[in-house]
Design a protein around this ligand. Sequence first.
Ligand code: TXA
Ligand code: MG
Length: 349
Amino acid sequence: MKTKVSIIKSIKDDEEKIKEAAEVIKNGGTVAFPTETVYGLGADALNAKAVEKIFKAKGRPQDNPLIIHVSSKDIEAYVKEIPEIANKLIDKFWPGPLTIILWKKDIIPDITSANLDSIGIRMPDNEIARKLIELSNTTIAAPSANISGRPSPTDYERCIEDLDGKVDYILGGAQSDIGVESTIVDCTVVPPIVLRPGGITLEMLKKVDSSIEIDNAILQKPGENLKPKAPGMKYKHYAPNAKVTIILGERKKTVEKIREMVHYNIEKGKKVCILTVEENVEEYTEGISMVLGSVLDLSTVAKSLFEALRKCDDLGADLILAEGYEEEGVGVAIMNRLNKAAGFDIIEV
Ligand code: TXA
Ligand code: MG
């Protein structure tokens, strides 16, 4: 398959390209496009054959439901009812990095929702994404635009790397601002429950309704008794080729332990990358340090996390040592992704 790539510099000057991509969606094709969270791989959510192409291109398990993307807050065509609390969340956080799970109407094909009676819906903040949805005249189903299991792409070059020759069209825009996927809140249950942490934090959600809780299985190693409620959260994910280990604890001890591990592994001939922050980087004299951002603003860390994991692979790293973060605010989303990348290999110091 030949993949067409178009880069959008400004919505105004490049609308023709977005129109062209929208035609692809209308004709049942696949389009990778930017969103503020990560890049998505889209197809017409109401067209079962088109949605099937997404699963194929990504190598995605069929039991993992997709999120549908809308360009307006008017979602009655797709869902059976909108509880008051969902309305409040939509008012407060849309457009933005929040996905809401509601009971779906039959217009949504079973393949899109992986045979569930519910569907996740999100109105992205990214203007290119919204324009694409609007011009496609439908709702666009879109998982992250990576090969299943790899870290989600936050720029179009990574979409090309994973999907060239497997999708019809790649729309390139800026680097994704948030860097981790949307927060998912299940509003089919009372109280609503966060199934995946993201840029909209539990603290922010609780300000709208204090009854909202977080799925207990999110931060712990999935086990027999503790299965995450979002089907996708059970899969190995965000995993680079290198082995990832998280070192978690007080700053000084973390740095000491990482220095020791870097030295030991380099002696054994291993290539070691360190995922660190501005505040700590000068402590490391061996290994390849990657500065994710600043501990004073964890959104900077979230923004560069997936790209850093991919860079470690580019460098042929054998081992990635990641500093851990406090599970507060965006730190919850960061630790969730790191835990999965590490297969929950954590050393507490
Ligand atoms: O930020 C995002 O949400 C990105 C961009 C492209 O919008 N999309 C994204 O999609 O992250 P994906 O497919 O990579 O992740 C969707 C997650 C999966 O874990 C899936 O299991 C869960 O949402 N999910 C979807 N529908 C669900 C449902 N009805 N009930 C429970 N979980 C659901
Ligand atoms: Mg994904």
